[in-house]
Ligand binder design. Structure first.
Ligand SMILES: *[C@@H]1O[C@H](CO)[C@@H](O)[C@H](O)[C@H]1NC(C)=O
Ligand SMILES: *[C@@H]1O[C@H](CO)[C@@H](O)[C@H](O)[C@H]1NC(C)=O
Ligand SMILES: *[C@@H]1O[C@H](CO)[C@@H](O)[C@H](O)[C@H]1NC(C)=O
Ligand SMILES: *[C@@H]1O[C@H](CO)[C@@H](O)[C@H](O)[C@H]1NC(C)=O
Ligand SMILES: *[C@@H]1O[C@H](CO)[C@@H](O)[C@H](O)[C@H]1NC(C)=O
Length: 150
């Protein structure tokens, strides 16, 4: 009986751990997501910062515009404001799981924000000011969880 409840307890713990673990992402995932993001920018900025600086040879946390959280060593903020970028935001952004702040203001991003952005549960600040979005925040998005800075 004791053995049985111990076993059940362990099973519950194992199942809980599966749920608690946020996702299977790590800084490699951050890197692929950022490179996918860059691939959706049509004209890399005139100064070519992203083209040269976002190199797989250096850790993402050292990339221009990227700030990592000390605690998780994951991308927590992305500031690509005022870079003259033309493009769209790809769904891959959902994999930057620790993203809390995104600033792409004063560029020329267009289209709709990907629905997958709703998976970014830590996203609190979103600055889209001066872009060319046709749609609003993704539909079905619990948009109240982030504050749009305008
Ligand atoms: C991230 O996880 C993948 C497997 O999912 C692994 O191959 C890779 O080495 C990990 N990267 C880091 C930096 O831990
Ligand atoms: C990329 O830019 C950052 C911030 O400006 C700088 O600290 C870093 O040295 C640059 N890395 C490369 C490889 O150019
Ligand atoms: C997020 O990362 C996972 C695992 O690497 C991958 O299977 C998935 O396609 C990625 N999501 C998007 C929207 O690219
Ligand atoms: C924004 O990008 C569109 C193409 O997607 C282009 O037609 C337009 O001229 C750009 N506007 C600015 C201000 O760069
Ligand atoms: C917005 O995008 C459309 C088409 O992509 C383009 O014709 C227009 O010039 C853009 N507007 C601005 C302010 O960039």
């Amino acid at each position: 009986m004791v053995t049985a409840s111990c076993f059940l307890f362990s099973m519950v713990v194992v199942v809980l751990i599966q749920f608690i673990r946020p996702s299977e992402t790590n800084s490699t995932t951050d890197q692929s997501a950022l490179l996918a993001f860059r691939a959706h920018i049509i004209n890399l900025d005139p100064r070519d910062i992203l083209a040269t600086n976002w190199s797989s040879a250096t850790p993402v946390c050292n990339w221009a515009g990227v700030t990592c959280s000390r605690r998780h060593n994951r991308v927590a903020a992305l500031d690509l404001s005022n870079m003259g970028l033309v493009g769209t935001i790809p769904p891959d952004i959902e994999n930057i799981s620790f993203l809390a702040s995104l600033d792409i203001s004063n560029n020329n991003f267009s289209g709709n924000l990907p629905r997958e952005m709703a998976h970014l549960h830590r996203l609190k600040e979103l600055n889209l000011h001066h872009n060319n979005y046709t749609g609003g925040l993704p539909s079905g998005n619990p948009s109240s969880h982030y504050k749009e800075v305008r």
